[in-house]
Ligand binder design. Sequence first.
Ligand SMILES: Cc1cc2nc3c(=O)[nH]c(=O)nc-3n(C[C@H](O)[C@H](O)[C@H](O)COP(=O)(O)OP(=O)(O)OC[C@H]3O[C@@H](n4cnc5c(N)ncnc54)[C@H](O)[C@@H]3O)c2cc1C
Length: 289
Amino acid sequence: MKLVIVGGVAGGASAAARARRLSEDAEIVVIERGPDVSFANCGLPYHVGNVIPDREKLLVTTPGRLRERFGLDVRTMSEVEAIDRQRKVVRVRDIATGRVYDEGYDKLILAPGAAPVRPPIPGIDLPNVFTLRTLTDADRIKAAVDAGVREAVIVGAGFIGLEVAENLVHRGVATTVVQLDRQIRTPFDAEMTTPLAACLRENGVRLVFRDTAEGIRATPGGMEVQLRSGAVLPAQLVVVGVGVRPENRLAVEAGLETGRAAGCGWTTGCGLLTPTSSRSATRSRRRTP
Ligand SMILES: Cc1cc2nc3c(=O)[nH]c(=O)nc-3n(C[C@H](O)[C@H](O)[C@H](O)COP(=O)(O)OP(=O)(O)OC[C@H]3O[C@@H](n4cnc5c(N)ncnc54)[C@H](O)[C@@H]3O)c2cc1C
């Protein structure tokens, strides 16, 4: 049995470890696009905030340890570009060398996760505008804060946006969270989010509701975030946390059945894109101000 797993973080690494427990003889190959496997995404905002100062603590395990302990063939910086289901091979690109090769499989597990939505607004590609998914993202945000950011704007009051806000104020950065909805954490009832919003304010986070970022401009002092309302917020750091989109291109192109979220622009509910489901529309109507 040869098992190939695409993605080496929570889903991929635990599938690989479980597969090894089920079979000592199987050949198990884990292919991961990034430099890290099995890291603690949940700790990333707290590393930015110096609450978890030691970066090593975010590494649940390393490719080396997975090789030694579980006998896994872990290939980081390697991207699966396509699946050929007839031939049972994946096409892999070694990102460092550019070499492209086919890897055969008996069984294939896709664990490619979800990518942060980067809304197509002007200025989204400016150097100090970030999303947060990987250790590398956290390194970059932390480096910006270490370099002396005074003001930050977070777009989206979902879990990631709020955790980043918590950690930026912890670092002494004046932080404004801009949220399209009239409350933080859109899926929650207002009875729960109102005290949470009060707590954020008490701790120095500025909350701007029913507004969104329409563009970001570079200025001599850093950046300006232009809001739909006409307000302009100065910032040296912008973090966009407006939801995620499944990385399901491989699955779709291979003809696998995918769920409703596939490529439809759905977000986890906090930011710039409007959720399209009738369930969320019902929820919005029920919500008290
Ligand atoms: C900042 C942050 C904080 C979070 N906090 C919490 C929390 O407190 N509690 C909680 O429950 N969850 C939290 N989460 C969510 C949790 O981290 C995710 O649910 C979990 O990481 C999903 O694991 P996954 O393996 O499915 O996907 P991912 O972690 O996204 O991993 C998928 C991997 O697949 C790789 N990949 C994708 N396509 C390819 C390809 N074609 N070839 C090779 N590799 C590929 C990607 O590079 C990626 O590393 C947080 C997430 C973030 C970003």
